[in-house]
Design a protein around this ligand. Sequence first.
Ligand code: 13P
Ligand code: SF4
Length: 390
Amino acid sequence: MTTDLGVEPTPLALLLLGRQSDPASERGTACPGELPPASDPDLVDRARAAKDALGERLFILGHHYQRDEVIQFADVTGDSFKLARDAAARPGAEYVVFCGVHFMAESADILTGAHQQVVLPDLAAGCSMADMASAEQVAEAWDVLTDAGLAGDTVPVSYMNSSAAIKGFTGRNGGTICTSSNAEVALRWALGKGQRVLFLPDQHLGRNTAVGRLGLSLDDCVVYDPRKPAGGLSVEQLRDATMVLWKGHCSVHGRFSLECVHDVRRRLPDVQVLVHPECRHEVVGAADLVGSTEFIIKTIEAAPAGSTWAIGTELNLVSRLAKAHPDKTIVFLDKTVCFCSTMNRIDLPHLVWALESLVDGRVVNRIEVDPRTAADARKALDQMLALPAR
Ligand code: 13P
Ligand code: SF4
């Protein structure tokens, strides 16, 4: 491929453009094909026409962090729990187009029927947090627990933000998946079953839920660092821990600091601070309310006119909430712009390209989890869906 200037793009440039793969990561393989230019004024009409042409054969799911230009075409919007639950809601749809990130599309493939094909409009839409736990690293951690004689009473609980391989590991070892909206029930279930939890890959969600919701202490939690031998932990530390937290985090939510909370409280004295549980523990501790993206939306919907909110989650969602609720003051918790760059990769050109390809009978960017991994992962996902409602 050459650019208009006749130069060969570098592999990094291609990856950033969504046209190259990073085989070592959760992002999957390359995004083939030519995209319509973002400047095409007919993109909205083209997306609508393709959607109409596909009719009932198409089901579009959109995560709350998606751009406005994309979310307007979603049949269902939601947080990752709602989208996992709704993925199988249209068994009649041949194509499930997932406007979200790679691990969400993998889960949709696992949860939908064999006759349905899941499409991710840009395969470079991964998740840096999910990339922080590879299948090999997790297998090694399990070996460490096994060698210490602790695997038998350790229950893996994996955040939805993980690859299908990690979900498969979780299902094989009697664990469950959780999302930010059901982490508390998932942990209560797991601790009713075993002595300790191996929580993958978001240390913050694990710690915030264990300490903030279950009343455990910070001393009950240890952090397993996959880059250190035996996770950097002694057998005693592992044995005494209730929560073995994987050293992973979200780079978007990790940006919110205690200083952001203090600063917004100084600027807006009546403000209520509402954050996602992927934020750091001290940020969650200083906030007024914490919850998943769906919880954040419902809280703002229920809030009285005239109330003031600082929200610590991805910017597309916060901007959309501010636009939808002009009777409330809604500000972003950080002063700097903070989109999830991989969620943002799904833009209108990619959506149009994916939909028009389907109209032409070409399934592009199909996400297909191998049957063995899918069967194991399905056990862990089904376990999550069977947990009691919050
Ligand atoms: P939700 O579980 O709230 O959908 O969040 C998913 C996510 O990726 C947050 O960064
Ligand atoms: Fe992953 Fe963070 Fe983006 Fe969510 S916001 S998809 S956890 S990188």
